[in-house]
Design a protein around this ligand. Structure first.
Ligand SMILES: Cc1cc2nc3c(=O)[nH]c(=O)nc-3n(C[C@H](O)[C@H](O)[C@H](O)COP(=O)(O)OP(=O)(O)OC[C@H]3O[C@@H](n4cnc5c(N)ncnc54)[C@H](O)[C@@H]3O)c2cc1C
Length: 384
């Protein structure tokens, strides 16, 4: 069983990272096999949500700002070429508490990087967004050209296009590769074997389960709960263009406008408990639901008492500080890890796929921040 064909690269995992890696490799004419245990951006995957924010701001950090810029251009090009409108330019509104230092630093970095932004002081915020209460907000700014990616559909589209460009896609759950030196083949639990010159494990929150000795203590899958509130009938204040996507790091909360009439989305960015992505409960916690209800009532008074019409429970796949993990396996020279999206990775799929393809070809300089050596076993979040 398996495939008699020998591929140039086998990519394991068809979340946003694996999908774009396979796409870039296929685009470069490589023979690519994409293996996935459940399906592209399935409900349990980190990429499985309806929507993900794409923003350019990362505080003073230029690395991810450059990657966001590069990725947004590629997402847009991809959606235009495949005629699928899966990016919504809602704008992204940043809000800061009384301490606006981080916000101002972010603005400065974005200006330096050529990103269009609009600074909004408290009075302007109140005039422009009367449906929001800005009680503990010091200031804000808007990234008018950023917005939302319709996540799970976008990943499915990238996989479909990779296949169109020559990649093979197979449903298979791959076992942990063992040994040292060059890996000749990987094996699925079904007994099928697949052979390639190189292997990329883009397994998101499953990386620690697959490589327990190396990554078990270095990938921290955290439980994250997401709520959709029903907006009042006939009320356009919570949908684009009146309502942008917004994030308020001081409160560790972010939200998205009522997109495609699916409800006003709100989620906690605070890391929840460590979970197993295969088995964790996908039912929201009553105490978290109560907290979110009261937050919504305080910040968006017109939504006080609004019904929760849908919920999702997902998991971030955090590294110790939030930097990605893109590096070789320490013992298997042709095996790579590509993960550690850490709750902010989705938007970067295109740039990440391009980077991995460049690493495999030896044509791109490795970024030290993505190395396995920098990944610690205690969590100390630094990238938001
Ligand atoms: C609630 C929530 C909100 C988020 N919001 C944002 C946001 O607004 N903006 C943003 O940029 N990012 C956001 N993120 C983060 C982002 O979604 C993730 O960083 C990104 O989706 C990770 O993608 P991935 O491909 O690494 O992992 P995944 O999407 O989890 O994909 C990994 C895949 O590997 C497969 N796999 C695992 N083991 C095996 C095996 N043995 N054999 C075969 N296949 C296997 C899995 O089935 C899975 O499909 C958010 C995440 C969550 C959970």
């Amino acid at each position: 069983m398996g495939s008699n064909q020998r591929y140039d690269v086998a990519v394991v995992g068809a979340g946003v990272f694996g999908a774009w890696t396979a796409w870039h490799l296929a685009r470069r004419g490589r023979r690519v096999l994409l293996l996935e245990a459940y399906g592209p951006a399935h409900t349990r995957a980190s990429s499985g949500g309806e929507s993900r924010i794409i923003r350019m701001g990362y505080g003073p950090d230029e690395l991810y700002t450059h990657w966001s810029q590069r990725s947004l251009a590629q997402w847009k090009e991809f959606f235009a070429a495949t005629q699928q409108p899966l990016f919504q330019e809602t704008g992204v509104l940043w809000l800061a508490g009384e301490d606006t230092a981080y916000l101002l630093q972010t603005e400065e970095t974005l200006r330096r990087c050529g990103v269009q932004i609009e600074h909004l002081d408290r009075a302007v915020l109140e005039r422009r967004y009367p449906q929001i209460v800005f009680d503990n907000v010091g200031a804000g700014f808007l990234e008018p050209e950023s917005g939302l990616l319709l996540a799970r559909r976008a990943v499915a589209a990238v996989v479909a296009d990779a296949v169109k460009q020559g990649a093979d896609y197979r449903l298979a759950a791959v076992e942990t590769p063992r040994g040292a030196g060059r890996l000749d083949a990987i094996e699925a639990f079904s007994g099928e074997r697949f052979s390639a010159g190189a292997y990329v494990f883009a397994c998101g929150p499953w990386l620690g389960k697959l490589f327990p000795e190396i990554l078990g203590p270095r990938i921290f899958p955290s439980r994250q709960e997401v709520f959709f509130f029903g907006v009042p009938a006939g009320d356009a204040r919570f949908a684009p263009p009146a309502m942008p996507t917004w994030l308020f790091q001081a409160d560790e909360v972010y939200g998205m406008p009522d997109l495609e009439s699916r409800g006003f989305k709100i989620a906690l960015d605070h890391h929840g408990e460590r979970v197993d992505p295969d088995t964790q409960s996908r039912m929201v916690t009553p105490a978290v639901a109560d907290w979110v209800r009261s937050y919504v009532a305080r910040r968006f008074p017109a939504l006080a008492g609004a019904p929760i019409i849908e919920t999702r429970v997902c998991q971030y796949e955090n590294t110790s500080n939030g930097d990605f993990l893109i590096d070789r396996h320490p013992e298997l020279e042709n095996v790579w890890f590509a993960g550690g999206g850490s709750g902010h990775g989705f938007k970067h799929g295109p740039a990440l796929g391009e980077y991995v393809a460049g690493q495999l070809e030896g044509s791109a300089k490795p970024e030290p921040r993505f190395s396995l050596a920098t990944k610690q076993t205690a969590q100390k979040r630094a990238v938001y």
